[in-house]
Design a protein. Structure first.
Length: 359
């Protein structure tokens, strides 16, 4: 098993660590998108065009509605590059899911179903090529319950995925809304993990600055509200076997949770609606470690519990955590907690037991 020697922020060398980490937050963009099968492609059907190479890597621009949404490198679709980077990051396994903008909730349901089936099969191909290192998290057209559940079943039962990635909202409706309960019931029945990623966040009109502030500030806000909606709708009480995780450390939830807990004890209407203490419900959710700060990470462990945090990197985009295990060391966590966060919790979340051949 490969080992890695990490450097700390203070410049001291840390002892070698086995490359056994599991990353639950990493994305895929295919090199090409399929031609639309209908008579006329919708305006927001994605495509890619060649872009200038950078640092020896091929790049392509993802075009949506005639605009360049993002230019990405071949690491988004190359299993060879991805596996090499995993080892360098101290990781051995990675759950891969589509770039969130590709979830396509705003498309006509039949169009989205066609696109997402292609993405899921692309992910399945990468998983097969990886010889057990990659785990699939697919996508479903949540704007249509019947189609979403059918694609969930295909992803889990046919493609062998551990679960799915969903957005923090579906066309402005938070995922805790009752209309999505049949989908979460199906996830529970199929033992499918659910990874929630920020998508088309609210509050963009309140930001002052360039477009990257969407990722920097608005994403954590939206995922915080999404996780709060799961608590205030009692989703985990209705679906106690559901495994659901939130990106970006749960965003703003850690700061909102004490206020929600206090409000629950003060306002009768809140106590009538929320059937169990918000703090208790929050500790049944999972959260990734993608907060870029060891002090914040240590606080999340105290807030949500050492059993609920999972390594997340946002690989391979520029705004990703390139040394996730170093962040765990810098947070001054005990050895058992580090082991849980490195791989133990992810095994439970993904419901995967890895053999010695691929661990």
């Amino acid at each position: 098993m490969a080992e890695q020697t990490l450097g700390s922020e203070s410049g001291h060398r840390l002892k070698p660590r086995c490359a056994c980490g599991i990353d639950v937050h990493a994305h895929v963009v295919p090199e090409h998108f399929p031609a639309y099968l209908g008579s006329k492609a919708p305006s927001d059907w994605p495509s890619t065009v060649a872009a200038a190479p950078v640092n020896g890597l091929c790049h392509r621009s993802v075009m949506i509605s005639g605009k360049n949404y993002r230019t990405v490198s071949e690491k988004c679709w190359s299993v060879t590059h991805r596996l090499a980077d995993l080892a360098a990051m101290g990781l051995q396994h990675q759950a891969i899911s589509p770039m969130p903008e590709l979830l396509s909730y705003w498309m006509a349901p039949s169009d989205a179903a066609q696109l997402l089936r292609y993405l899921n099969e692309q992910i399945a191909g990468m998983v097969a090529e990886s010889n057990g290192a990659l785990i699939g998290l697919g996508a479903v057209p949540l704007q249509d319950m019947d189609l979403a559940i059918a694609e969930l079943r295909y992803a889990v039962e046919t493609l062998g995925f551990a679960g799915v990635e969903i957005g923090s909202n579906v066309n402005g409706v938070p995922i805790g809304a009752p209309q999505f309960d049949p989908f979460f019931a199906a996830c529970e029945a199929l033992n499918a993990a659910v990874f929630v990623h920020a998508l088309k966040p609210t509050g963009m009109d309140r930001l002052v600055g360039p477009p990257p502030l969407q990722q920097v500030l608005a994403y954590p806000t939206d995922v915080g509200l999404a996780s709060a909606s799961v608590i205030t709708s009692n989703l985990v009480l209705r679906r106690p076997k559901l495994r659901i995780a939130f990106s970006h450390g749960g965003g703003t939830l850690a700061m909102l949770l004490p206020r929600l807990q206090k409000g629950w004890s003060v306002f009768p209407a809140l106590k009538e609606q929320v059937l169990s203490a918000p703090m208790e419900q929050a500790r049944q959710l999972f959260f990734d470690t993608l907060v870029f700060d060891p002090t914040t990470l240590a606080q999340l462990v105290r807030q949500f519990g050492a059993s609920q945090l999972l390594v997340g990197t946002d690989y391979p985009f520029n705004f990703h955590e390139s040394a996730p295990l170093q962040q765990l060391d810098a947070a001054a966590l005990d050895a058992h907690t580090v082991e849980q966060l490195t791989h133990g919790n992810a095994r439970r979340f993904l419901a995967r037991t890895f053999t010695k051949a691929n661990t």
